[in-house]
Design a binder for this molecule. Sequence first.
Ligand code: N01
Length: 547
Amino acid sequence: MSTSATGSKTQNGGGVAAPPDVDAVVVGAGFAGLYMLHRLRGMGLSVRVFERGSGVGGTWYWNRYPGARCDTDSVEYSYEFSDELQQEWRWTERFATQPEILRYAEHVADRLDLRRDIRFESTVTEAAFDEAAGHWRVATDNGVRISATYFIMATGCLSAVNRPSFDGLDRFEGEWYHTGAWPHEKVSFAGKRVGIIGTGSSAIQSIPVIAAEARHLTVFQRQANYSIPARNAPLDAAKYAAIREQYGEWRRRGKENPAGCWWVLNPATAEELSEEERRRELEARWQKGGLSMYGVFNDVLVNPAANDVATDFIRSKIRAQVHDPRVAALLSPHSFIGCKRICLDTDYYATFNRPNVTLVDISNAPIEEITRTGVRTGGSDFELDTIVFAIGFDAMTGPLLRVDIRGREGQTLKAKWTDGPRSYLGLAVEGFPNLFTITGPSSPSVLTNMIPAIEQHVEWIADCIAHALARGRPRIKATRAAEDAWISHHDEVAAGTVFPGCNSWYVGANIPGKPRRVTPYTGGFPAYIEKCEEVAANGYEGFTLAV
Ligand code: N01
């Protein structure tokens, strides 16, 4: 097989090396992989995509737990690269359900005829850069061996589940599930005593749904989270039509928002507002629902005093919803808001007023073990028929490090990242030529609306490859100096925010032994886009090109 357009000129020990099998291997067929395939194909390159699941959709293929929805408004959560695509697709609700988002991914795959280059149920296990040939040699768990000039990880940020490692789980006689790897069939909770471990976004969405069906639901909470009402509703047809007419303008505005979203960032700091004005601003965003609380004051994520104003307000809202003051107190976080992902809910707090729901505080008494019949914590046994692990992900680095990636001189990515990830712009890693990571560590990624973040990366990577190919020098390497400078800027910006101050998955605190560092770029999407554009305009500053 020799279809590549990129590799025929490489030298190997004096001879001419065989061209690679394809120009690019892309790992993952979620929104990143789908668009990367489409874009590279459009450049005339041959591409092979490998996908672990049996269908497209990535995150939205796996996360089928009860109540799963996106927390970005559906009208914003779609590709903008094709006006045809954004005009023909119709969302039905303010926040789309997982099945609807999956249908959208499938629609895109069909519409752009992407499936013929995707190999499903194929997990990439190894990828090594062959220095002499200038190719990546990639292996999958089902025996495929393939070489490619470019190796692109489109594996997402939240695709490596945090596997439950509780003692005794193998002895549990009931059923158990992980929210991030949910079965395709409906799971019935009717008549069951269900326990859910975790109170992050996945749990906060599923708890009200499970509670409505189960005989009893016990919620095991380690840290409480701030949750804002989603205020989900069917989309208003007239408003939606008006948005579609002005899609370009809305998308442009999104690029000016620190999170790549359409909510409005308050230009004022908390201190610049009177108490009455602050209260009005907080109340308006609470009533509107969604994630606009991130922009309630200009300094809410960088100034602890401003943050306190917002958290006092939200705690008062929790107290107003939860009848039992002891339970309300347990559900009230005391951390900064935003340093852990803000959650959106439909009736989350009110669910704790139901007689069939119990909250168990495990902040000082970790789960000791899973017994044959349930969960043991704090010396008490909780009898359960079903356990739901809503314990999240080995975020951002997990999906990259579970592939054995070896760069120059056999260096592994795992070894390079022993003390935490190092990357140039979250796009490329020094020592790993022709490897690109879409929404990788030290890019804004999970702090933004993911689809615009993905599109920006895919387009930047495609342009970078086109630049290298046009010069007949396909080998692209990030320099050590550029990587060091980016990481030191990244760390400096993060140090001025609330992010280091919480035990969140943003800093890796949820995974025992994971090096602690703020992983996404906290400087905002506009500043990041500007930096990427500047790098490209300066001839891909910080990269070297070679034959
Ligand atoms: O995972 P999480 P998630 N013993 O890591 C607890 C996105 N998302 O799947 O906080 C006991 O947030 C853990 O406790 P603690 C979104 O970006 C989006 O809910 O670490 N408890 C925490 O309560 C989100 O942030 C959407 O102390 C343990 C929970 O499990 C991200 O995905 C929907 C434990 C994990 O919460 C991840 O969300 C869903 C242990 N050993 C997800 N280990 C939407 O778009 C962990 N926990 C709406």
